[in-house]
Design a protein around this ligand. Structure first.
Ligand code: RP5
Length: 171
């Protein structure tokens, strides 16, 4: 039987999917059940309302919301839900994502959105897993292993660079 989703990944458009799929990949890696869909704040406001109002009742614990440009999706979800919303600013065509970043990060006091870097969907996935890990020791152990692996990769690269020098390394 498929477990019910703990994380919801939503995005303003299917054009955001190439970026947002990095959050899904992290949740796949950590075997965390999630749902993934498109909810547009401006093009489907009723769907946004229904999603935000029902997410908690459906057992969702964390929401990851990605949007670009006038990126109101994460903030509007945060305005209607008590769940933590992690916002992913999508790099926009005309302003390199600065518009998305400011639209998501500059929330008024009382309605926070935990905002990651422009196109930072991988970190959004990791934050979601870390939040779930705070009350799940098995998950926390997996995060510790993940971080150990990050360290190992960097040390291996540093060793190689020191050994062969930059010219060979760059080849
Ligand atoms: C936003 O507008 C979406 O999140 C997307 O980043 C951007 C462009 O959407 P499309 O015109 O590609 O559907 O709402």
């Amino acid at each position: 039987m498929k477990s019910s989703p703990l994380v919801a990944i939503i995005m303003g458009s299917d054009s955001d999917l190439p970026v947002m799929s990095a959050a899904a990949a992290v949740l796949d890696e950590f075997k965390t059940p999630y749902e993934l869909t498109v909810v547009s704040a401006h093009r489907t406001p009723e769907r946004l309302f229904a999603f935000a109002k029902n997410a908690e009742k459906r057992g969702i614990k964390v929401i990851i919301a990605g949007a670009g440009g006038a990126a109101h999706l994460p903030g509007m979800v945060a305005s209607m839900s008590s769940l933590l919303v992690i916002g992913v600013p999508i790099k926009s065509k005309n302003m390199d994502g600065l518009d998305s970043l400011l639209s998501i990060a500059q929330m008024p006091p009382g309605v926070p959105v935990a905002t990651v870097a422009v196109n930072g969907a991988q970190n959004a996935g990791l934050l979601a897993v870390q939040i779930l890990g705070a009350t799940d020791t098995k998950m926390l152990a997996k995060i510790t292993a993940y971080k150990k692996n990050l360290k190992k990769n960097v040390l291996e690269k540093a060793n190689k660079l020191e050994k062969i020098g930059y010219k060979k390394y760059l080849k």
